[in-house]
Design a protein around this ligand. Structure first.
Ligand code: PDD
Length: 285
């Protein structure tokens, strides 16, 4: 595997950072995951725009311009061509003797590589199960920070229960999002998803699915549903860069609706997959 690290393209075994790298010691960094589909980057600009917002959120000056990052991504893909994969990109505050304050001299560490991201066709068709978990995260979930411990714990609890995702519920707020996905609900044809706010990561797929739903004239409300409401919904689904639009058919051992993927979910999934194929096709053509 090829790794971009601070200006160099290195073999995986050569790409190393010192122990006082701030990403390692403080999780003092941000990241992005972008899809490669049909050998093309999908919505890379939206990801880079969010990366810049995340950098501003942690008061980090971006060490690279958007076009420089695009060039790194393209170079990785040129050297290791892949049809279906994901770009992982991480920027931290760099290497410095351990001290909570920002270092004066450190240069941000930039890491990028392309990783496998197989599509789970069975899960897309048949749906997945989930549990609910208390949302234990900080108050800036809009920043795509590498500080992911509560998300890691939530996802691990889901895995221990043999299910795919943990739907996080914030006390006093309601249903926020999954451990690494946005959560959507459908009640009597109306779609509900948490509003873009400090309580969720505003997903790129979320923004695309909102556009697709509105173009289809499907009613959408961006609001927080309560945990009780979650169990009254006809359909629930999740979205993310690597999961696309995936039905959730059971939550905490209870069926969602009739326990089958619902029509609104499947329609949005179809529109989303069509859009992916259009992007791959148009860019190729
Ligand atoms: N996860 N919410 C959280 C907390 C996430 O970590 C993610 C993405 C999403 C969905 O965002 P998007 O549609 O931009 O992928 C929502 C990535 C894929 C990850 O951490 O691997």
């Amino acid at each position: 595997m090829l790794i971009y690290l601070n200006g160099k393209y290195l073999d995986y075994t050569q790409a190393q950072v010192p122990v006082d790298e701030r990403g390692l010691q403080f999780a003092d960094g941000i990241y992005e995951v972008a899809l490669i589909w049909g050998g093309q980057f999908v919505d890379l600009d939206r990801h880079l725009e969010r990366l810049e917002r995340s950098a501003a959120g942690i008061e980090l000056d971006m060490p690279l311009s958007r076009s420089e990052i695009r060039e790194i991504a393209a170079e990785l893909l040129r050297r290791e061509p892949q049809k279906q994969a994901a770009l992982y990109l991480q920027i931290t505050r760099g290497v410095a003797p351990r001290d909570h304050r920002f270092p004066d001299q450190a240069k941000p560490t930039v890491i990028a590589y392309i990783k496998d991201a197989p599509v789970d066709h069975v899960a897309l068709q048949q749906g997945v199960k989930a549990i609910t978990e208390p949302d234990l995260r900080w108050l800036r979930c809009d920043i795509k920070s590498v500080s992911l411990l509560p998300n890691v714990l939530a996802r691990q609890h889901a895995a221990q229960r043999g299910v795919r995702e943990a739907i996080q519920v914030r006390a006093g707020v309601g249903v926020t999002e999954g451990s690494a996905t946005n959560i959507w609900m459908v009640h009597q044809g109306s779609i509900v998803t948490a509003p873009a706010s400090n309580w969720i990561l505003s997903g790129i797929v979320r923004s695309v699915v909102l556009e697709l739903a509105r173009a289809e004239k499907l009613p959408v409300a961006e609001r927080f549903a309560s945990a009780e409401e979650l169990f009254q919904m006809d359909e629930v689904f999740l979205t993310s860069t690597t999961s696309f639009v995936m039905p959730i058919i059971e939550i905490d051992g209870k069926k969602v609706g009739d326990g089958e993927p619902g029509p609104v979910t499947l329609r949005l999934q179809e529109l989303y997959l069509e859009r992916l194929d259009q992007i791959a096709h148009v860019t190729l053509g």
